[in-house]
Design a protein around this ligand. Structure first.
Ligand code: FMN
Length: 183
């Protein structure tokens, strides 16, 4: 018997944040395509989804429409090259509310040393970091909405992000980490 698939398209968005507790970590693992192979209890509690709803589905199951495509392009560009990624992500709960995380994604290897999947650990981000990042994401999203195709949307919004970083004279990963450290 096939299980009924959960879909985010039916969710009515609620503009209300749910904050992670200071001491909590959301942990998930995926295969090479981003399909979830492990979810810890905090993940299930924050996303309001069961293990059954999370396992073997694409991690975009918790994608919030306020997240620019460009950010996920940066995620995949980094992790496919087996580089670690740090970033801020707004995620969707099944009740329509959202939660922000400071995410770290790292590659995982099998016994023969071959890349086998990815591990992500997230914690509560400082309010000041979200206040700095959210307006940038909103501008990226606007750029994406006016683009003629998904490909152009990603490229244009990353271009905008690069311009912001150049004017601040900082690399993306350095900015993200310094915001977490409150600098
Ligand atoms: C280990 C790992 C963790 C991820 N965590 C999230 C996450 O918390 N939220 C999210 O929206 N996407 C996450 N992604 C990215 C998704 O795979 C996907 O690229 C993103 O949701 C955009 O999906 P879309 O291109 O289908 O719109 C993660 C990917 C990996 C490999």
């Amino acid at each position: 018997m096939s299980k009924k698939k959960y879909s985010t398209s039916a969710i009515s968005l609620i503009d209300e944040e749910v904050c992670m507790a200071d001491e909590e970590f959301i942990v998930s693992k995926t295969d090479l395509r981003g399909y979830i192979t492990y979810a810890n209890r905090t993940f299930m509690e924050m996303a309001l989804l069961s293990e059954d709803q999370l396992l073997n589905v694409n991690h975009n199951i918790i994608r919030h429409p306020d997240m620019p495509k460009g950010v996920f392009k940066l995620v995949w560009m980094a992790i496919k090259k087996e580089k670690e990624f740090f970033g801020y992500v707004k995620n969707l709960r099944s009740d329509g509310r959202y939660y922000w995380v400071f995410a770290n994604i790292t590659p995982e290897y099998d016994e023969s040393g071959k890349l086998s999947g990815y591990l992500s650990v997230r914690r509560k981000p400082p309010v000041s970091a979200i206040e700095a990042i959210e307006p940038i994401y909103q501008q990226m999203l606007q750029i994406e909405k006016s683009a003629i195709s998904d490909k152009v949307a990603e490229d244009k919004s990353i271009e905008f992000l690069q311009q912001q970083l150049e004017s601040l004279k900082v690399e993306y990963q350095d900015l993200v980490i310094s915001l977490f450290n409150g600098k």
